[in-house]
Ligand binder design. Structure first.
Ligand code: B12
Length: 492
């Protein structure tokens, strides 16, 4: 059996990092972990190949080779996924589809032969059994959440790793919190399900053995969802694993209460974590109450962010505007917060209500749902009618984005952050591409760019005042270029 695993193309979005990846000559952020995990669950005798459309084209001969195309996608990849399905139909290849896009809206894709929805640890085996018996059904779905102790090491060797900047791996699924706009708990449950330390070490070993030294993104919904387990077992194992190795800095996603546990922060940075994405959402306490983001309430959020930075963790933040409790002053409040906290990568979006959330239900009951869900929470669109009115919200949103990603404010924020930041000691692994990226940044940002004054100021500040942070300073300058391109795309 020949299985072609296909990952559709991402549009030019905030998280695509397309404009930044050009500097390091990479085609895409990370290989598709879902597909590579599924590949490892297929019979070993089957032949498997991966086409990530963010990296390669899908050629006629690829389709001619395949008995089945296994397709995975997020909602933002909807258009590209449709085009792939169409091509498979024309070529007469059967399509098996899974992953978040199809789990949420498989009815929209009548041409797909088989849907293997939810988590493949439960739904794939019955599909494979039926396929072998020649009686595969149209839809396999489950409301159960599998134990991920048995999830195999993903087949990273199917991906052309040279084309990527990061590798994602997963330690846990699910989140213990209850934010009303987030669909993670309906997709993956409340109780964090974790892998064992041995599983994670086996995954890291296989990546390290392939020669990978660049960053690793732990794509957990909340890495600290089960503190006891990570403090007692996983982080000590990671600290041990890291000894004598170079490169492979870790990043992840976690809730703000990480800052309440200094030992946890210390263990994380010793294990090699240097970046954490945190859902900050809003400095407006009433809006935090409205969306039940209780873990963010009753604390000085700017101070919490700075504590994380001082501990060695760069904080990337998610922000939302458009809560019912937001007034016209929210836009300036968000700008002030973002600038003051030194959150360089600030993902700001309009409040959206994904299917399966409590917010969705409330909006439906109040007759405030509109349109379909774009799936990109940073494109200035929303599927709800905001209380403050759509136009004022969009206008304020544009104001935030054009402010925080304008070179003057962006670079000011980079400096605010770097002044605070105490990076963990991770033995550096220098690659030729990093040096070339520096030259490209000098040309693109320092000579041709509108940000040239700010670029050189940061360049010399880092070089002379904080030389250890110089590579990070250049990386952030390059990311700022990407954010501005995407922002201009959405807000003009
Ligand atoms: C890592 C990640 C990213 C990375 C993607 C890196 C990459 N190239 O893979 C980055 C940071 C770029 C990203 C960005 C975004 N993401 Co994201 N992301 C995730 C996250 C945290 C983990 C994904 C992952 O790798 N999981 C691990 C693998 C093993 O799980 P999986 O892919 O779901 O695969 C399993 C099953 O789905 C199934 N399966 C998957 N594919 C297939 C295919 C077949 C054929 C079969 C049989 C089974 C199958 O089997 C696997 C094993 O069980 C998820 C949340 C989550 N926990 O899943 C959100 C998630 C996928 N992201 C989401 C969203 C909305 C986004 C963004 C729009 C913005 C945002 N809020 O984050 C952007 C859009 C991307 C873009 N470029 O514009 C949503 C998608 C919702 C949807 N229905 O589409 C999710 C589910 C989070 C959420 N709250 O809903 N994201």
């Amino acid at each position: 059996m020949n299985i072609l695993l296909v990952y559709p193309e991402f549009p030019d979005t905030f998280w695509s990092f397309k404009h930044a990846l050009r500097f390091v000559r990479k085609r895409a952020g990370a290989p598709p972990l879902g597909l590579l995990t599924v590949a490892a669950m297929l019979p070993p005798a089957w032949k498997k190949r991966l086409i990530d459309l963010n990296v390669n084209d899908l050629k006629k001969q690829d389709l001619a080779w395949a008995d089945y195309v296994f397709l995975s996608a997020m909602i933002v990849q909807r258009d590209s996924a449709r085009a792939v399905i169409q091509r498979c139909k024309t070529a007469g290849v059967k399509v098996v589809a899974g992953g978040p896009l199809f789990t949420m809206e498989h009815e929209q894709f009548p041409e797909v032969d088989h849907f293997v929805l939810n988590e493949a640890e439960i739904t794939l085996a019955p599909f494979l059994r039926d396929l072998e018996a020649g009686q595969a059904q149209h839809v396999y779905a489950s409301t159960e959440f599998p134990d991920i102790h048995l999830t195999p090491v993903p087949l990273w060797e199917l991906a052309d790793l040279k084309q990527y900047d990061t590798i994602s791996l997963q330690f846990s699924r699910g989140c213990p919190f209850n934010c009303d706009f987030c669909n993670i708990t309906s997709l993956l449950g409340h109780r964090p399900r974790t892998k064992t330390a041995a599983q994670i070490i086996a995954e890291l070993d296989s990546i390290y053995a392939m020669g990978w030294r660049k960053s690793i993104f732990f794509v957990d919904d909340n890495f600290i969802g089960n503190k006891k387990h990570i403090k007692g077992e996983v982080l000590p194992a990671l600290i041990e694993w890291r000894k004598g190795k170079s490169g492979m800095p870790f990043s992840t996603e976690a809730s703000i209460n990480l800052v309440d546990d200094p030992e946890l922060m210390r263990l994380m940075t010793r294990a090699g974590f240097n970046t954490v994405f945190v859902g900050i959402e809003t400095p407006n306490e009433d809006s935090l109450t409205e969306c039940s983001k209780n873990q963010n309430k009753g604390r000085d959020l700017v101070e919490s962010v700075k504590q994380l930075q001082r501990a060695g963790l760069q904080v990337q933040g998610g922000f939302i505007v458009g809560f019912d409790n937001d007034s016209a002053s929210i836009f300036q409040q968000q700008i002030d917060f973002i600038q003051k906290s030194g959150i360089v990568t600030a993902m700001v979006g309009l409040l959206q209500a994904p299917l399966g959330t409590r917010l969705y239900e409330r909006m439906q009951n109040e007759g405030r749902l509109v349109d379909e869900f774009s799936g990109d929470n940073v494109d200035g669109s929303t599927n709800i009618i905001p209380r403050m009115g759509l136009e004022p919200l969009r206008e304020g949103y544009r104001e935030i984005l054009s402010h925080i990603y304008a070179p003057r404010y962006y670079y000011e924020r980079v400096l605010t952050f770097l002044r605070e930041y105490q990076p963990p000691r991770i033995r550096r692994h220098l690659e030729l591409q990093h040096i070339l990226a520096l030259w490209r940044s000098i040309y693109q940002l320092g000579i041709r760019g509108v940000e040239r004054a700010q670029y050189w100021r940061l360049f010399f500040w880092a070089l002379f005042r904080r030389p250890r942070l110089f590579p990070l300073a250049i990386t952030l300058a390059i990311m700022g270029f990407h954010f501005r391109q995407v922002t201009e795309l959405h807000v003009g």
